[in-house]
Design a protein around this ligand. Structure first.
Ligand SMILES: NC(=[NH2+])NCCC[C@H](N)C(=O)O
Length: 367
């Protein structure tokens, strides 16, 4: 007799949770991919001088709130579309933010900004820890409304069971910023909690974070206490005078495998027993337009699973090094996206990966 209760493969599995992501490398199922539509040169603040490349600072001062160059945006948008296709070819669902206007000036009773920025880098703004989406209190005034483009997605994830944790709305008054050349000091004070989500990396029950010109100790404390005792948040030293976002300094690609920037990475005992691979130098031509970051976003790769990474097609030395290290590299054109401040890890937010709160880092009590 035929067995009519038999179901096609997969249908008797547990329903997939709306949001579930604990690491940077577990098998990827769903991801948000940013968009540069209607992006603007950000309104300028003196505290940005610590991180914005010298060549771009004058442009920002003069053109805050005006559209990003259309030709460069078009080339980058095509690459983002290409990324979406590659993800879908690998069985990963890609979702996009709403198209909103970033070129409109705005302000609060205490300050105003010539405009916003873009919805290009969800990694900077949002952090998924397990079943929770955290909205970061970003310290650049121009990024104050950046979350708006992602709110439909967040509400939809919330309705489907995710937890939604917006950090306290920052005031971003002058007390938050240290201006001038106070060498060795951070651009943000401890006036109130601020952080960018991209200063954190996730390793199961551990999160690793760097202090930076956009992330203060108060912000890190807020994350630590909001996540509670199930997670451990450890501040690691990095050697980057322009520190803003840890994901061009350290990139965990699999349990025990850490890709690092050859100079910025500072060894930490949590990585005892891990293999550390210093990334080869980027291949980007010196005259490539770079408004927000260094060419080291070459190492800002995205893991599809612990064996497979997306790498920029022209970063052959990196592709060779990762292949020799045992990874399968999927080449994707992405240099025009670099221009706007990041690569695959920056422009994405993985909302669903397999796996849970594993223990991957080297704690004495776990050894
Ligand atoms: N999530 C990001 N936007 N990361 C980009 C980090 C780039 C890094 N600050 C650099 O200039 O090399």
């Amino acid at each position: 007799m035929r067995d009519d209760t038999r179901q096609p493969a997969g249908q008797n599995r547990e329903p997939r949770p709306a949001v579930n992501s604990y690491t940077e490398w577990d098998p990827l199922r769903e991801v948000v991919v940013g968009s540069l539509q209607n992006g603007a040169f950000p309104g300028w603040q003196e505290s940005m001088a610590r991180v914005v490349p010298d060549a771009a600072q004058q442009v920002f001062r003069e053109r805050g709130g005006t559209p990003l160059p259309a030709g460069l945006v078009k080339a980058a948008e095509e690459e983002l579309e290409g990324l979406v296709e590659v993800l879908e070819d690998h069985g990963v669902t890609a979702v996009r933010p709403d198209t909103v206007q970033h070129q409109t000036p705005f302000g609060t009773p205490s300050w105003s900004s010539a405009g916003g920025l873009y919805a290009g880098m969800p990694r900077d703004l949002l952090m998924v820890v397990g079943d929770a989406i955290i909205e970061a209190p970003m310290s650049w005034r121009s990024r104050y409304h950046e979350v708006d483009a992602f709110r439909s997605l967040i509400k939809s994830y919330f309705r489907r069971g995710a937890r939604w944790l917006p950090a306290p709305r920052p005031q971003l008054t002058d007390e938050l910023y240290r201006t001038g050349d106070a060498a060795g000091e951070w651009a943000v004070t401890e006036f109130e909690p601020v952080f960018d989500a991209a200063d954190f990396l996730r390793f199961g029950r551990d999160l690793v974070v760097q202090r930076s010109h956009v992330t203060n100790a108060f912000g890190i404390d807020w994350v630590r206490r909001s996540l509670g005792p199930e997670f451990r948040v450890t501040v690691v030293d990095t050697d980057d005078p322009h520190a803003m976002h840890i994901d061009a300094t350290m990139a965990p690609l699999a349990p025990g495998k850490l890709l690092v920037h050859p100079k910025r990475y500072v060894p930490h005992p949590l990585f005892d027993g891990w293999e550390i691979l210093p990334a080869p130098a980027p291949t980007l031509p010196r005259d490539w337009p770079m408004y927000f970051c260094s060419p080291w976003v070459s190492m800002n790769v995205l893991s599809l699973n612990p064996e497979t990474v997306l790498v920029e097609r022209q970063e052959q030395p990196l592709i060779d090094a990762l292949t020799a290290w045992g990874f399968r590299c999927v080449p994707v054109d992405f240099r025009h996206v670099y221009t706007f401040g990041g690569s695959f890890h920056c422009v994405t937010l993985d909302t669903v990966r397999d796996g849970g709160t594993g223990r991957y880092l080297s704690w004495p009590e776990d050894r």
